[in-house]
Design a protein around this ligand. Sequence first.
Ligand SMILES: C[S@@+](CC[C@H](N)C(=O)[O-])C[C@H]1O[C@@H](n2cnc3c(N)ncnc32)[C@H](O)[C@@H]1O
Length: 264
Amino acid sequence: MDAFISLQKSIERLVRIRCSNYKEDYIKRRILSRMRLTNTADFEAYHKYLLANPQEVDLLRNALTINVTKFFRDPEVFEVLRREVFPDLAARRGSIRIWCAGCSTGEEPYSIAILAHDLLALHPGASVTIHATDIDTVVLEKARTGIYDRKALENVDERQIRRHFISHDDGTFEVRPHIKDLVKFRQHDLMSGIPIARYLDAVTCRNVTIYFTEQQKNELARLIHSALSVDGYYIMGKTEYLGREVEHLFAPYNVMQKILRKAA
Ligand SMILES: C[S@@+](CC[C@H](N)C(=O)[O-])C[C@H]1O[C@@H](n2cnc3c(N)ncnc32)[C@H](O)[C@@H]1O
């Protein structure tokens, strides 16, 4: 069997990632980066290494999923933002400021912008700014274009697609200017210790910390705490958690959806 096909079979079994969900070129580029770091010469050698080193399974999983995102990822979280969090902010604040940290190719901040746009229609005096940051300038470039294929939009309903996206002849969809204008993209390293701003009303930092050490996770929690206003919301990824050392900095708001609020 072809060495790459055989490696993919092991990846499906061990890493539990369906390679066919990704472009082959993408999978190959990620594996090649792991091959460089593990000093393995070809797919066959890397396959042997993967089977012999259990820790490589996690490292490969992280390499494969590192920029993965989509519109309204975990829709139930966005439902709580739509029904409870944003109306609360609009009732208390004239100008709402949100930081979407680790935004990858932009689907998350644009999803928030779509909710914010609907909110602004109900609160004409309010304004919303979404600061979207990532360490990776390549993903930020794609984010700024706002052009996506159909798959990224699978959680967006047809009505929202018609209202907020321009459908292009090549099958792609481009975020319309009224949504793009709400989001400001900027490169920023969450490990720099410096928040992009303070007195923010909400920070989303989701599915970013999977390969952070416990210490880095704690420092990130402190950074987000320092960036928020009292009572500001911190939205974590569904599989992420706060370390013991920093638990006191936030109060639970919605435990299931991993939404917290800054403690006084
Ligand atoms: C899996 S994506 C998550 C995207 C989105 N938040 C979501 O949940 O769908 C993780 C993103 O975190 C970014 N990231 C990783 N380390 C970072 C760091 N130190 N500072 C800023 N961004 C980082 C990666 O570049 C990647 O785009």
